[in-house]
Design a protein around this ligand. Structure first.
Ligand code: ATP
Length: 216
């Protein structure tokens, strides 16, 4: 069983998230992509993050009808801050042997990975897939990771992957560039501008129905 874990604030989920999940699911032939909204993201404190219940509901609306996409409440039901390392460990515990995990993130998230809890040991936990994202340059791992950590990887050109000493891999993959972000969507709603076609219509309607993001 090969599963992609896609963590995020999803405040709200948009087509950039969905397209990334779709393309990675297809190219890695993953059985499932699990969207994992974070409860209390350590990197986004103080931003206008609405209730996790609204955020998960919007993810559910966005993925409805796609049997390869699902959501997990592991982070929203865990008290305290949401750390990816704990989420990965939880999935490994729940699924047991025979599970191959691919943790998916955009380039913007990867450039901050050294600020994540126990980030060095993350690479010994599962595979990582880093996707391109408009506005974030593709850089080499030596630029992002300290040299001793980068030195634990070796590039395998035939498979276009970095193999870690743990035998897990780090992949960089180009995806269709969609310059969409949740923050721009929130700003546009505040400014009473259209957000149609940036996110699924069912999510646009949910936002309207609940009057979300109107004030900061
Ligand atoms: P915000 O604008 O509020 O910071 P965001 O749009 O970056 O939010 P997140 O929920 O923080 O959305 O992102 C979750 C994951 O999805 C991250 O790994 C991020 O890199 C990735 N991601 C978000 N938007 C895109 C996009 N347009 N293209 C590719 N990856 C994306």
């Amino acid at each position: 069983m090969q599963i992609g874990l896609f963590g995020g604030t999803f405040n709200p989920i948009h087509l950039g998230h969905l397209r990334s999940a779709e393309e990675i699911q297809e190219s890695f032939q993953l059985q499932q992509i699990v969207f994992i909204p974070s409860a209390n993201p350590p990197h986004k404190e103080g931003r206008d993050i609405i209730s996790p219940l609204h955020r998960i509901e919007m993810v559910n609306l966005a993925i409805a009808g796609n049997p390869a996409f699902s959501t997990s409440e592991v982070e929203i039901s865990r008290p305290g801050k949401s750390y990816s390392i704990e989420t990965i460990d939880r999935f490994k515990e729940m699924q047991g042997k025979g599970l191959t995990l691919f943790f998916i993130m955009g380039m913007d998230a990867f450039t901050e990975i050294i600020t994540w809890k126990d980030y060095v040991s993350l690479f010994s936990r599962c595979n990582f897939v880093v996707t391109t994202r408009p506005g974030y340059a593709v850089t080499d791992i030596e630029t992002i990771l300290p040299s001793d950590v980068a030195g634990e990887f070796s590039y395998i050109p035939e498979e276009d992957r970095f193999s870690h000493i743990s035998n897990f891999s780090l992949y960089f993959r180009d995806i269709t560039p969609l310059n969409i972000s949740s923050s721009v969507i929130r700003r546009r709603i505040k400014e009473k501008k259209s957000v149609r076609y940036l996110l699924p219509q069912a999510v646009v309607e949910y936002i309207k129905l609940h009057g979300l993001y109107k004030d900061s």
